[in-house]
Ligand binder design. Structure first.
Ligand code: ZN
Length: 465
């Protein structure tokens, strides 16, 4: 008994109808995020050398060509912005080097100060909120993720150690996405191409190899996701904290030539130097600096432009010096100088990263020219289905990146789970019933007396009348 063409088509339409809600359900039920930061990956590096893995990811996902990050465009402030949606003045990590007069403490990224919660407790990073809502998070070296913030560590984390290889970080993190106590949020950090960008300068041809290596590293992440059968389940978001500008030995501002170093403390360094004048010496220091060098802008804290969102915090010092792009501020001439640096105005393209995202929550082959890094936090909370804390971003600004499916907070399920098997069995049963229904209909029809074809055709002239 053969089915005619209309019946075959109807059967396939029925099968597709059955499949669509199943697919939507599997996407909706499994939203999870792997956030990856390659430190100092400037937005235009992707065009500099062939980057097949980045290209593959963005062709099947979304690509934001430039991301306006947070001022100052340094590593710690921006990594905290990515996970809180707050400007630096609001989350409290205002620089890599800080002094807080209210607690009389200093913070330096190279020291154990970093582990004091007081520096971080002005905000709630996404892993804290995620865990408070009953989920699990994992972090591999993400700045601040090994600190107890609001009395919480990530469910799983690696204490910061820059000598731990990239592959070890990835393997550990992807392991946390699988198994019984799986995470729905993972954060991965890698120090390059920032380190070599400082050493070589971004314009150096030797940077090409460094950038190519980042593409290979992304390739490793994708390969391991595939192996773990997580590639189409986990939403991977690849971005960075800032870009990199080329420096020159000819573009240096020496503070010792301008103001007596006994009159102030240099809290943070180039290219945005934070100056704390000694008691009663504010005017002396400010007047010495104000017109000293055309390649340096001198701000009283109260005069810092609102657009920088860098004023309303005790950890921002009374005088801020900002070097022009490509210029370096040093205290004395003998200081070690780099060939690349960042920290400048966050509206400079050279300071901005990119964002590439792929996964069930995101559109495919979709390009957006611009977003702000504060908008990533509400986007991630939406995908994970958790309630965002107050933030400076807007989901509406980046909602166009999302596929039509409405994400929920359900955690990921292993691909070969009993749940998937049950769903497959159910689908199989429905298919068999559907096939039998069409089959029986066909038999019934074949046993009925045939209607004369002319009966159908009689209707035609009446309809057309
Ligand atoms: Zn750096």
């Amino acid at each position: 008994m053969l089915l005619n063409i209309q019946e075959v088509t109807a059967l396939w339409q029925f099968v597709i109808c059955l499949y669509l809600p199943t697919r939507a359900f599997s996407l909706n039920g499994q939203q999870s995020i792997l956030l990856v930061s390659f430190d100092g990956f400037r937005w235009d590096y992707i065009h500099r050398v062939p980057m097949p893995h980045f290209q593959a990811l963005l062709a099947n996902g979304v690509y934001v060509t430039r991301v306006e990050n947070a001022y100052i465009t340094k590593t710690f402030p921006n990594h905290y912005t990515l996970v809180t949606g707050l400007h630096a003045e609001s989350h409290g990590i205002v620089a890599n080097e800080m002094y807080d007069p209210s607690i009389n403490k200093t913070f330096s990224t190279g020291s154990s100060d970093v582990y004091e919660s007081v520096w971080w407790d002005e905000a709630f990073p996404i892993w804290v909120t995620n865990q408070n809502e009953g989920h699990r998070s994992g972090a591999a070296m993400w700045p601040g993720s090994d600190v107890k913030i609001h009395n919480v560590h990530p469910s799983y984390y690696m204490p910061y150690n820059m000598s731990v290889p990239f592959t070890t970080r990835v393997d550990q993190l992807l392991g946390w996405f699988s198994g019984k106590d799986y995470i729905n949020l993972g954060l991965l950090y890698w120090e390059e191409p920032d380190e070599m960008g400082h050493t070589l300068g971004p314009d150096s041809p030797d940077m090409d190899k460094v950038i190519e290596d980042i593409d290979l590293k992304l390739g490793y992440v994708m390969e391991q996701l595939q192996k773990a059968k997580l590639m189409d389940k986990v939403n991977i978001i690849v971005t960075s904290d800032h870009g990199m500008a080329q420096l020159s030995p000819d573009r240096v501002i020496v503070l010792d030539d301008i103001v007596d170093r006994d009159l102030y403390t240099l809290v943070d360094k180039s290219p945005v130097a934070a100056i704390l004048p000694k008691q009663g010496r504010f005017d002396d220091v400010y007047n010495a600096l104000i017109n000293a060098n055309l390649s340096m802008t001198v701000y009283k804290k109260t005069d810092i432009p609102e657009r920088l969102h860098y004023k309303h915090n005790d950890r921002i010092q009374p005088i801020i010096l900002e070097a022009k792009e490509g210029w370096t501020i040093v205290q004395n001439r003998s200081e070690h100088r780099m060939l690349g640096n960042h920290g400048y105005d966050n509206t400079f393209p050279s300071m901005q990263p990119l964002l590439v995202a792929h996964g069930p929550a995101f559109k495919k082959n979709y390009t957006k020219q611009f977003m702000k890094s504060v908008d990533l936090y509400p986007l991630m909370c939406h995908i994970l289905g958790i309630n965002p804390k107050p933030h400076n971003g807007s989901l509406a600004n980046v909602q166009d990146l999302l596929a039509d499916s409405k994400p929920t907070s359900e955690p990921p399920q292993p691909e070969d789970s009993s749940y998937a098997l049950l769903l497959g069995a159910l689908l199989g049963c429905i298919l068999v019933i559907a096939f039998l229904a069409v089959f029986v209909k066909q038999i019934t029809r074949s046993q009925m007396p045939r209607m004369p074809i002319s009966n159908i055709e009689i209707a035609q002239p009446l309809l057309q009348a």
